[in-house]
Design a protein around this ligand. Structure first.
Ligand SMILES: Nc1ncnc2c1ncn2[C@@H]1O[C@H](COP(=O)(O)OP(=O)(O)OP(=O)(O)O)[C@@H](O)[C@H]1O
Length: 200
């Protein structure tokens, strides 16, 4: 499987953010998207996820499921943890599993894998920032998709959480997945750097 972008142009609010961006990531590879604030890292992830149209260029996934689009084969975790505060932790994850077309994955097991086994019945509103991030990461496990698009995946995670994330990402890569992560911090996994904009 190979994900590639060719000559991608990004416009936001009538202003060019970046242009002519090329990148490529094959099965088992991670890309760390780096660059200064406002250089377009989140915008690039959202384009790959199908949430924002490129102003030019093309995005392509070769070797995936022929009948599925690139967004349908991708997970996008934004830096806001999309969850409903009044629902429990388990209900939030079940919502996402069903919404994303999961095939009945055991949410309890996914939550235990991210260290939230003790909090499944708590309202999501009670979670700390790092726990919310762990709940987002559990979505990656509840529904298996080959392309992970992650915006600052380790923000708010403590050292143990960062190790946990790195382990899950390594497993995903070992299974032939692809990780594209926008980050200002080391991801804890081997990754090629895709730099956008000027020096950090
Ligand atoms: N909805 C929008 N309308 C207009 N401009 C926008 C919109 N969303 C983002 N932008 C602008 O697009 C540019 C790129 O934003 P983006 O969030 O992709 O950057 P980033 O590299 O992820 O930044 P950071 O490191 O701060 O997270 C910024 O200048 C931002 O202000």
């Amino acid at each position: 499987m190979r994900l590639s972008g060719r000559l991608i142009n990004c416009m936001r609010g009538g202003r060019e953010v970046f242009s002519g961006l090329d990148f490529e990531a094959s099965s088992g590879q991670a890309l760390a998207v780096t660059g200064p604030n406002g250089s377009g890292k989140t915008s690039l992830l959202r384009m790959i996820a199908g949430l924002l149209a490129p102003a030019g260029g093309s995005l392509d996934l070769e070797g995936g499921e022929a009948e599925l689009t690139l967004p349908e084969q991708s997970h996008y975790l934004g830096h806001r943890d999309a969850m409903k505060p009044a629902l429990s932790v388990a209900e939030n994850l079940s919502f996402w599993r069903d919404f994303l077309g999961g095939d009945g994955a055991d949410t309890g097991q996914c939550l235990a894998s991210v260290g939230l086994g003790h909090a499944t019945h708590l309202p999501a509103a009670y979670l700390s920032a790092g726990q919310r991030r762990r709940l987002s990461i559990a979505r990656l496990l509840a529904v298996r998709r080959p392309v992970w698009l992650l915006d600052e995946p380790t923000s708010a995670l403590d050292a143990a959480g960062q190790d946990l994330f790195a382990g899950l990402a390594r497993d995903h890569l070992a299974r032939g997945g692809i990780v594209i992560a926008a980050t200002h911090a080391p991801l804890g996994i081997e990754a090629q750097e895709l730099r956008i904009g000027g020096a950090t």
